[in-house]
Design a protein around this ligand. Structure first.
Ligand code: ATP
Length: 411
């Protein structure tokens, strides 16, 4: 029999309070191993903007990567729609031996929420509870609430006898939005992920985006997740957020920018022959080269696998590798966002980013110049679609030695 301590959470971000909780649970001897369950769309947090699941999963993985007997599960975030603990428990149960025991671990704040969850009686019949005292709730109040749950639902509840850190994700996130990443509050590996991807950088301005759009994007993320490796997923999420940021400035549909940004590389990690197959189905014989074909292949996949019918979104995905001579604002925006999203690191990015804030066409010109210089150095031909874009935007590329700039891997 194995006793599993299941710690569910939003982890937005994963902080040292979470880490201390994991360590205390392992040390208590009451469980044999811990699973961190990264929350999917939470029914009781529908109005709050929650960071994309891919980021939250990555933060949790990094936050406990040096701890033994801890695993991070993506069981909830693999499934579109809302996640209910009662369903998660049923799914997890299938993966365990019948004699294994699930112990749900929560901070004491959760004791008060639990009765309003879906089927609390089923949850409490399936799992024992292990509760950590958190500030804001007195031990007396927590115990009284635990007694009520025992009475009403026959709950089996134990308290962790270990001091916790006075920290909440809300407080740590608010500091991160201001650019303050205190490694006393967040594990260093998590802090470096946050700053590299500027994970909370657009939160304030994107707070006006309607929850329904975030939910739609979250569902698309679930669908695209199995097709991408973790690096590509983080890049796609960065392009999504940065494209939404630019869309707000340039009065392009934020929804379309988000979907196109998230989906632009959906074919990128597939086997080369599969990419080529989908690119052929997309019907553009000009874009079948291995480095470029994931554009049309992605557009085909977005339409036929993910049901995205909007021609503007599909076009932006199709041409994101080359551009073309007749680009819409959405096309420009996705092309530029792909090149200069926050985690990109090559030279001249700042000039492109600065231009992108006011003039998309100028940002596109600067991107094209960099790409042409890169191709020249690599001795590779420029694609006719890229040439058409250069012509249309009136860019004259000097054939000079530009050894100071390098584009990392193209996408
Ligand atoms: P928020 O501020 O958004 O409510 P949170 O810090 O409570 O966030 P969650 O990710 O939802 O973060 O928490 C996951 C689990 O960890 C919950 O059971 C919560 O009670 C517990 N927890 C969070 N912070 C602490 C802490 N500082 N000490 C002990 N438990 C904590």
């Amino acid at each position: 029999m194995i006793r599993i301590g299941l710690i569910g959470g939003t982890f937005d971000p994963f902080h040292n309070g979470h880490r201390k909780l994991v360590e205390a649970v392992l040390k208590s001897g009451l469980v044999d191993r811990v699973i961190l369950m990264v929350a999917g769309q939470q029914p009781h947090k529908t109005k709050l903007k929650v960071s994309a699941a891919g980021y939250r999963y990555e933060m949790a993985v990094r936050g406990v990567s040096d701890l033994e007997l801890v695993e991070v599960s993506d069981l909830e975030i693999r499934r579109p729609g809302r996640s209910y603990t009662v369903d998660t428990l049923a799914l997890l149960r299938h993966e365990l031996a019948p004699e294994d025991k699930i112990v749900l671990v929560y901070g004491s704040d959760v004791l008060f929420d639990l009765p309003s969850w879906r089927f609390p009686e089923k949850i409490l019949a399936e799992a024992d509870l292990l509760i950590a005292h958190r500030g804001g709730i007195s031990q007396q109040d927590a115990k009284a609430q635990a007694d009520r749950l025992c009475q009403d639902f026959n709950a089996r509840i134990q308290f962790l006898d270990a001091p916790m850190l006075e920290l909440s994700a809300t407080e740590v996130r608010a500091a991160a939005v201001r650019g303050e990443l205190d490694t006393g509050k967040i594990p260093e590996r998590v802090a470096s992920l946050i700053s590299r991807h500027d994970l909370y950088g657009y939160d304030d301005e994107l707070a006006v985006v309607e929850p329904a759009i975030w939910h739609q994007l979250s569902d698309y993320e679930c669908q695209v997740r199995p097709l991408l490796n973790h690096k590509r997923l983080l890049h796609s999420l960065n392009v999504m957020r940065y494209a939404m940021h630019l869309a707000q400035i340039h009065r392009v549909s934020v929804e379309k920018a988000g979907i196109a940004g998230l989906m632009h590389d959906c074919a990128k990690c597939l086997e080369a022959h599969t990419v080529l197959h989908y690119a052929r189905l997309a019907g553009d014989p000009e874009l079948l080269e291995p480095a470029l074909a994931h554009g049309p292949a992605g557009a085909w996949l977005a339409r036929h696998q993910f049901g995205i019918e909007d021609p503007e979104i599909l076009q932006a995905i199709h041409y994101h590798t080359t551009g073309n001579g007749d680009m819409s604002d959405l096309d420009l925006l996705i092309y530029v966002a792909d090149k200069v999203e926050p985690a990109r690191t090559y030279n001249n990015l700042e000039a492109i980013r600065e231009a992108a804030e006011t003039d998309l066409v100028q940002a596109m010109r600067l991107c094209l110049v960099e790409v042409e210089a890169f191709l020249e150095r690599e001795n590779k031909p420029s694609h006719p679609y890229a040439q058409a874009a250069l012509m249309k935007l009136g860019v004259w590329v000097q054939q000079t030695d530009r050894t100071d700039t390098k584009l990392p891997e193209e996408s």
